[in-house]
Design a binder for this molecule. Structure first.
Ligand SMILES: [Zn+2]
Length: 104
């Protein structure tokens, strides 16, 4: 079970974008890297194509290391380390180490 999932809100805790919050858009599990909306923006020069005559500079998100973010707990809204909690039915939920709240 993963600690960070697509759709989570995370807070960046190191690097140039420290302090930013954003939604996890993509996870590269094997590399432990993620893409967070609005974080680690990189600019690329786009050549003109048949569809887009102008070309120009486009901005998109680069990947960052998963260890550079904390998940923002949906229960208490604080950035937290994530633990796991075993439910009565045997299922696992993620657990916020700040408020002990559980979330899926
Ligand atoms: Zn919490």
């Amino acid at each position: 079970m993963r600690k960070i999932r697509k759709g989570d809100i995370v807070k960046v805790i190191s690097g140039n974008d420290r302090g930013k919050r954003g939604e996890v858009m993509k996870i590269f599990a094997e590399k432990e890297r993620i893409i967070v909306k609005g974080v680690a923006m990189i600019t690329r020069h786009q050549r003109p194509t048949a569809r887009q005559r102008e070309g120009g500079i486009i901005e998109r998100e680069g990947t960052i290391n998963q260890s550079n973010v904390l998940v923002v707990c949906p229960v208490c809204d604080k950035p937290t380390r994530v633990g796991f909690s075993i439910q009565e039915d045997g299922g696992k939920m993620r657990m916020c180490k700040q408020c002990q709240g559980t979330f899926d």
